[in-house]
Write a new protein. Structure first.
Length: 279
């Protein structure tokens, strides 16, 4: 279901444009203490989508803590507005770029998909099988909080600022939660990041991307993806915790009706008096 949604094309009069993750680079905040900090290229980009209120997300988040972040780049996204650490840019990526529905979900290199706790357990097996070769950024450095980069492409550089963030309900941290985001056109080769990086410790993840809807492919080794969408312990629809509009409308109607009831009774009484006088 999620994979289908991730690949669904938008029916418009214009041709659907599909996007791709072309390159990924990383800079850690500790490196910024150096006079010149060079970005490095990870083997894979792992983007996790979850929520603090999501019970099935717990096991996935704990397993992500064991990922070797000296080799891989990890971005933890909170696309749900009910999270105190909600980031609207993560929501846009979840809904618009990847067109996902369920959490927990993991997207690898912008093209591979694992959904639910069972599939997430296949992450370590899926990474070697996903053959992605990143290229496109010729050089990327930060010196005195000034970013310098260049590319021979016309694509967009997207910068995710991640940080270790306390879980809203549990006594633990999310080590790589996305807390902010900016993007640069290919011709913005030098940018002052002084204010953006002030009093921050964490990791910057740079992705060079062509804009458009993503074609996601299931990386699960099971023929059916080993997914049971009827199992509430497996996944949670994001909208199940955010779309309370029907119930809210009913509650508002009842409240208004109760508030207006005395006025309606008085109006009905006046109508009766007027009718009696006219007779």
């Amino acid at each position: 279901m999620v994979t289908v949604q991730g690949q669904e094309q938008v029916t418009t009069q214009e041709e659907t444009i599909f996007g791709h993750t072309i390159d990924v680079m990383v800079i850690d905040s500790e490196c910024l203490d150096e006079q010149l900090c060079h970005a490095w290229r990870p083997l894979h980009l792992i983007e996790y989508y979850g929520a603090d209120w999501c019970e099935p997300c717990l096991d996935v988040e704990l397993s992500l803590e064991n990922i070797d972040t000296t080799r891989y780049a990890v971005i933890q996204h909170h696309p749900s507005a009910l999270d105190s650490s909600y980031l609207n840019f993560s929501n846009q990526r979840y809904e618009t770029d990847f067109r996902l529905i369920f959490i927990p979900s993991i997207v690898i290199d912008g093209e591979g998909l694992l959904t639910g706790t069972k599939q997430a357990n296949e992450l370590n097996q899926s990474l070697p099988n996903n053959q992605t070769e990143f290229f496109g950024i010729n050089e990327l450095t930060i010196s005195n909080s000034t970013l310098n980069w260049n590319t021979s492409t016309n694509n967009t550089l997207k910068i995710w600022k991640t940080n270790s963030t306390p879980h809203e309900f549990d006594n633990r941290n999310l080590s790589h939660l996305a807390v902010d985001y900016i993007q640069l056109n290919h011709d913005q080769s030098q940018v002052d990041l002084t204010n953006w990086l002030d009093n921050w410790t964490g990791r910057l993840i740079f992705t060079l991307e062509s804009n458009g809807i993503r074609m996601l492919n299931s990386l699960s080794q099971s023929p059916t993806g080993d997914m049971d969408f009827n199992n509430e312990q497996e996944t949670v629809p994001l909208f199940s915790k955010t779309d309370d509009s029907p119930m809210l409308a009913i509650m508002v109607f009842i409240a208004l009706f109760v508030a207006l009831l005395p006025a309606l009774i008085m109006w009905k009484g006046l109508q009766k008096i007027n009718n009696d006088e006219s007779e």
